[in-house]
Design a protein around this ligand. Structure first.
Ligand code: HPA
Ligand code: ZN
Length: 321
């Protein structure tokens, strides 16, 4: 069976990381920015490892300069997701890349993105934004990002998150920002346990009080933590193709997604940065079928779990279910 047309819910998608390479190349040409070193001979993104990926990511992002650039990116990302059968998606937006985490500038970028999201809605795909701080920019800049999030919480901006280089600092360094976001009414998620061990996941839950974890796969190394995650109903935004491509996990058959699910953890499936990791939602589903024998019932269940954990309001959930 082809899984392309199955209606899908995606919770973990980096907005700039979803940019098709051709889109970034087009903007680079238009703006006279030399980005040749970030592309390979086939026109895809080129990088050596996770840290280098983050550098290439930021280089690609440097050509996204105006609210209009972000609106066009939004059109391209939604078109790409719609082709994969995605009906609801949450995306990580970084005010750092939209005017340097200045509230007034951020509001202009956000306005343009929301207009594009409304165009997507008319085409059958719902988008919500999760404002995301970047760990390797440090806790002080995260506070500015949290202020941007708190100023724009609403129907579109429903969440606050943390991405970037996981091993820099500790989760508790960002507690101030997460407290600010929570008090403003935002729902919380943070990357943890992609590169860090179970301690990083446990500290993230304890210090940032998140209800979802980006990746979280290394929790599998601590059975009592897995039990805690299952009992607390914390949802993992698992991106298996990303993990295998970046060597966070050795191979698909060693991926812990099946074991986490068997342990009663709320497991969902996303692509992370699809063109960077040469994946799509359909490809993730194909590989889950091939590796673990997942079928239609499994995928429908995973999508129910994802919609339940989504940061939109219940009216939106009822409309999509
Ligand atoms: N992981 C962590 N940080 C990121 C990623 C990712 O896949 N993409 C963009 N920032
Ligand atoms: Zn991610």
């Amino acid at each position: 069976m082809s899984w392309q047309s199955l209606p899908k819910v995606e919770l973990h998608l980096h907005f700039e990381g979803a940019a098709p390479p051709s889109f970034i190349r087009g903007l680079a040409k238009e703006k006279n920015v030399d980005l040749s070193k970030i592309f390979d001979e086939n026109g895809g993104y080129r990088y050596e490892n996770f840290d280098h990926f983050l550098e290439v990511y930021e280089a690609a992002t440097s050509v996204l300069q105006t609210p209009e650039d972000f609106a066009l990116l939004c059109d391209a990302v939604l078109e790409q997701s719609r082709e994969q059968g995605v009906v609801y998606t949450e995306t990580f937006l970084s005010p750092e890349f939209c005017g340097g985490a200045d509230v007034a500038a951020w509001k202009e970028y956000l306005h343009a993105i929301e207009e594009a999201a409304a165009r997507g809605e008319a085409q059958g795909i719902t988008l919500k934004g999760c404002v995301t701080a970047i760990r390797h920019f440090g806790p002080d800049r995260a506070k500015k990002t949290a202020a941007c999030a708190a100023e724009t919480v609403g129907d579109f901006i429903t969440g606050f998150g943390l991405a970037g280089a996981e091993m820099m600092g500790r989760p508790g360094d960002f507690a101030y920002s997460f407290d600010m976001a929570r008090e403003a009414g935002l729902r919380l998620t943070a990357h943890a346990g992609e590169w860090g061990g179970p301690d990083m996941v446990a500290d993230t839950i304890r210090d940032l009080k998140v209800e979802r974890i980006g990746h979280g796969i290394n929790a599998i190394k601590d059975a009592s933590l897995v039990k805690q995650i299952a009992e607390q109903g914390i949802t993992l935004e698992v991106c298996p193709g990303s993990n295998v491509f970046l060597n966070a996990v050795e191979s698909w058959d060693k991926h812990p997604i099946q074991r986490l699910r068997d342990a009663g953890v709320n497991v969902t499936v996303s692509t992370d940065d699809p063109p960077f990791f040469h994946t799509t939602m359909t490809e993730e589903y194909n590989m889950l079928e091939k590796t673990f024998g997942w079928g239609e019932d499994d995928f429908r269940e995973v999508n129910r779990v994802a919609l339940n954990a989504a940061f939109c309001d219940s009216a939106t959930k009822e409309r999509i279910a």
